[in-house]
Write a protein that binds this ligand. Structure first.
Ligand code: ADP
Length: 454
């Protein structure tokens, strides 16, 4: 401030001196006024330059003015610099925040108070089929045209999720999205989406499974209860009683087999993968299968040609009980689905790539191509009555597939209706090795637990 006053006085002094030199007292007075005016003009020009720069609003390119205006410029420049740094920092934080939301496995959509899309992450764009440029600021209900979502959006009751089919959902490949709208700010909305296709499928499978198990158990149970009632109420002779008891035993056996298969499946699902350190001679497994096949065909009273080729001297790595369960399931299926007079052939084949294949071929009714892909589903049966008559549970091939997967093997099925079927478990070379010579005086005893006879 003193400098500002001093500069004004200097200007007046210079003007007065010049005026006095040109025209004594009157010239000095005019010079004083002219000096003050000149100072005012110069000062206004500097003020105008400062104002122009301030209006531009960026810290760079400031005018080089001194004095009071210089200080104004300097202070304003520093304040602008601080504001620019703060804005850059806020922008960086916003970008980091958005990048974090981008990595979310869930869809995130920000809606304005009118329900228009302000921003969404890539997951939401993929799930809803949004175009990140074209669809911004579009009404969300115009883009998500599901009646359930529209009703949910308009209801204002957003305390729950709504499940809608994804826009790319097909009957053959359904996609289910769970949406939840969280209101925030002044009428704004945060729409979160989650792909629940797998969860929904698992839930459907669980429901089907429970329904199937209940149905499978209820049928023999109803029969059993009927017989119990008959035995309780009717005076039966010894022979009739024995016949009824035999039928009851059959139904009880059916339930027992079903429960055993269910337990086997749940054990397969819940136990750790079988290691590759336990080796079982192939001959032991095949001998056990042969024994079971012969007693089953006898039990069913069916005359079949059972050909079991002598296996090579190999050992298989894995769980002996699981391996035996898978192999004997295939053999027992071949016996059960081959009519009297047919043939069942069981052999081991080693491929050129050293992979080994346990192969069961039968001359049974065969299976039409449209059923093949579904055979390993739980409770899937081509011929329901044949399966039940022969004590089937509909779980055998599901067990085989599970065991195969747990041993790095594959289940292969080929079948021609009216000709027969071939089921094979193909093991990787890493699960096979040449058999150790048996110590003298020992015989090949089945090391594995016997699979439940069906
Ligand atoms: P099940 O206990 O009913 O035999 P599986 O899971 O073992 O159940 O087999 C599923 C279905 O596959 C059977 O119900 C049957 O229709 C069919 N199937 C299995 N093996 C054979 C076979 N060797 N020949 C013909 N059909 C078969």
């Amino acid at each position: 401030m003193p400098w500002r006053l001093l500069s004004l006085l200097l200007c007046q002094l210079a003007g007065g001196a010049l005026g006095w030199w040109l025209g004594n007292d009157a010239g000095a007075q005019a010079g004083l006024i002219a000096g003050a005016l000149a100072w005012l003009v110069l000062d206004s020009l500097r003020g105008a330059a400062t104002l122009r720069w301030l209006r531009r609003g960026d810290a760079g390119g400031e005018p080089s003015v001194g004095g009071l205006w210089g200080e104004v410029v300097d202070r304003a420049r520093r304040a602008l610099r601080v504001r620019e740094l703060e804005a850059a920092d806020a922008q960086r934080r916003l970008q980091e925040f958005l990048a974090a939301i981008q990595t979310s496995p869930n869809g995130v959509v920000l809606l304005d108070a009118q329900g228009r899309i302000e921003w969404c992450n890539q997951t939401a764009a993929d799930q809803f089929g949004f175009d990140l440029q074209r669809d911004m600021m579009q009404q969300v209900t115009n883009l998500l045209r599901d009646p359930a979502f529209t009703a949910y959006f308009n209801s204002g009751a957003h305390g729950r999720d709504v499940i809608v089919p994804g826009p790319r959902s097909l009957p053959s490949k359904p996609v289910k999205l769970s949406l939840h709208l969280h209101p925030y700010g002044e009428g704004r909305g945060l729409l979160l989406s989650r792909d629940v296709t797998a969860v929904e499928q698992a839930e459907v499978m669980r429901r089907d499974f429970v329904a199937n198990v209940s149905h499978e158990i209820r049928t023999p149970l109803t029969v059993l209860m009927g017989f119990v009632e008959t035995l309780q109420n009717l005076p039966l002779d010894g022979e009739e009683r024995a016949r009824y008891l035999a039928l009851m035993a059959q139904q009880a056996q059916r339930m027992h087999t079903l429960v055993s298969d269910l337990l086997t499946l749940s054990k397969l699902e819940g136990s750790p993968l079988p290691g590759a350190g336990e080796w079982t001679p192939l001959a032991v497994l095949m001998a056990q299968c042969e024994q079971e096949a012969r007693s089953l065909s006898q039990l069913l009273g069916r005359k079949l040609e059972l050909r079991f080729e002598a296996p090579p001297a190999l050992e298989l790595a894995g769980s002996p009980s699981e391996l035996l369960s898978a192999m004997s399931n295939l053999v027992s299926n071949a016996v059960r689905y081959t009519p009297a007079g047919g043939a069942v052939e069981v052999q081991w084949r080693t491929g050129p790539d050293s992979r080994g294949e346990f192969l069961v071929r039968d001359t049974g009714a065969g299976i039409a191509a449209e059923h093949l892909a579904r055979l390993t589903e739980r409770f899937y049966r081509v011929d329901r009555s044949r399966s039940r008559e022969t004590g089937g549970t509909g779980l055998g091939l599901a067990i085989v597939k599970h065991v195969a997967q747990r041993h790095g093997a594959e289940l292969k099925i080929e079948s021609t209706p009216g000709v027969g079927s071939t089921f094979a478990i193909r093991f990787p070379a890493s699960r096979l090795r040449a058999a150790m010579p048996a110590p003298a005086g020992t015989s090949a005893q089945p090391a594995a637990e016997s699979a439940e006879a069906r």
